[in-house]
Design a protein around this ligand. Structure first.
Ligand code: GLA
Length: 393
């Protein structure tokens, strides 16, 4: 075999593995984002305080390393068209340096449209320039939110009435333009698409350079919204894997709208889904219970398992569902989930989840080994809660 042929076959055989290794997201990204709690009020001081808290609460060491500023940081462009922070963010480079000094990474937010969803400057017509500016500041993550680009898609559809995909094509091209611009900076900047799952981004996200893409419209801090989003993820498991993740939106844990069992269900579903874990609460006011939910090492390890498999729903009936996620070492995580207000007894057959000869069972939230089990496993699930198990041979 000549050298060129050898190299070509190497590239074909190992390209996916290499991609996963060089990707900024070999496992689902973890960190914090300002939107769910601070929304349009977030300031430089809030971001610095969050960075401090990520360290002092142990969250950084549990894996939460991205500190992501969402919408409303943008000021006016300068005479050369370069974007600047507004009065709430007077010095982005200094902020990035501060975040880096804590062993954390900085994320930022923009839109392919002229305006972001909150009406601030988007990147339209400035894509390459903005990417260069972010890289010069030391940005490590970009969330790119469709927002006003919808207007341009409508105009494109009107201009091409014969092409039913005209708007979608324009959108994908816009996302690719920024993906290419980020790559051209030479700085690894994790690219996160936010267009609410429109036009199946799980099918084209990797081709525009994205490591993750939103699969739904916005979450809010209520149990019904969180639960519906979680359940909606069941059919797209095959599209998640090392380097490329489905993103069912950021966490609401600690924002006060759900009870602890509901937040444990939220954390468990997101971990089972191999979802990015971006906390969205005010870390300066986090309760011990909320911290224990966000930092549970075994739950995080389910999310971060190197196999990178997203859970599938094995069974759904009335107010109960059973999800399974293959883990490294031949283990399987099983989540028994209920939408019932009250406690539920739930069962599943160990043989049906790959353990015909029985398994050692661990209750993850209780941190207890339940010993060897075989046949039908029965457990009690709290109302709006979860029983999260790890099975091993
Ligand atoms: C959209 C996104 C949210 C957030 C806001 C900011 O709604 O989906 O996650 O970024 O915009 O305006």
């Amino acid at each position: 075999m000549n050298v060129r042929l050898l190299l070509a076959s190497f590239a074909v055989l190992f390209a996916p593995a290499l991609h996963a290794q060089t990707s900024p997201a070999p496992t689902p990204p973890m960190g914090w984002n300002s939107w769910n709690h601070f929304a349009g009020k977030v300031t430089d001081a809030d971001v610095r305080a969050t960075a401090d808290q990520l360290v002092s609460t142990g969250m950084r060491d549990a894996g939460y390393v991205y500190v992501n500023i969402d919408d409303t940081w943008q000021g006016k462009r300068d005479a050369n068209g370069a974007i600047r922070g507004n009065e709430k963010f007077p010095d982005m480079k200094a902020l990035a340096d501060y975040v880096h000094s804590k062993g954390l990474k900085l994320g930022i937010y923009s839109s392919p449209g002229e305006k972001t969803c909150a009406g601030y400057a988007g990147s339209y017509g400035h894509e390459a320039q903005d990417a260069q500016t972010y890289a010069a500041w030391g940005v490590d993550f970009l969330k790119y939110d469709l927002c006003s680009f919808g207007d341009q898609m409508s105009a494109e559809r009107k201009a091409h009435p014969d092409d039913p995909q005209a708007g979608e094509k324009l959108m994908i091209a816009a996302y690719k333009k920024m993906g290419d611009a980020l790559r051209a900076t030479g700085r690894p900047i994790l690219y996160s698409l936010c267009q609410y799952g429109f036009a199946d981004p799980w099918k084209w996200g990797p081709s525009v350079g994205a490591s993750m893409w939103r699969t739904t419209d916005d979450i809010n801090d209520t149990w019904p919204r969180m639960f519906i989003i979680g359940q909606e993820q069941a059919d797209i498991a095959q599209y998640a894997g090392p380097g490329h993740w489905n993103d069912p939106d950021m966490l609401e844990i600690g924002n006060g709208g759900m009870k602890p069992d509901e937040y444990r269900q939220h954390m468990s579903l997101w971990a089972m889904l191999a979802a990015p874990l971006l906390a969205g609460n005010d870390l300066t006011k986090m309760s011990d219970v909320d911290r224990s939910i966000l930092t549970n090492r075994e739950v995080i390890a389910i999310d971060q398992d190197p196999l990178g498999k997203q859970a599938t729903r094995q069974y759904e009936h009335a107010d109960m569902s059973v999800w399974t996620k293959p883990l490294s070492g031949g283990r399987v995580a099983v989540a028994l989930v209920t939408s019932s207000w009250g406690e539920r007894r739930m069962q599943f057959n160990l043989a049906e989840v790959g353990f015909p000869n029985g398994a050692s069972v661990r209750d993850v939230w209780d941190g207890k080994d339940l010993g060897r089990q075989s046949g039908v496993f029965t457990g009690v699930v709290p109302g709006h809660g979860v029983l999260l198990l790890i099975l091993s041979k």
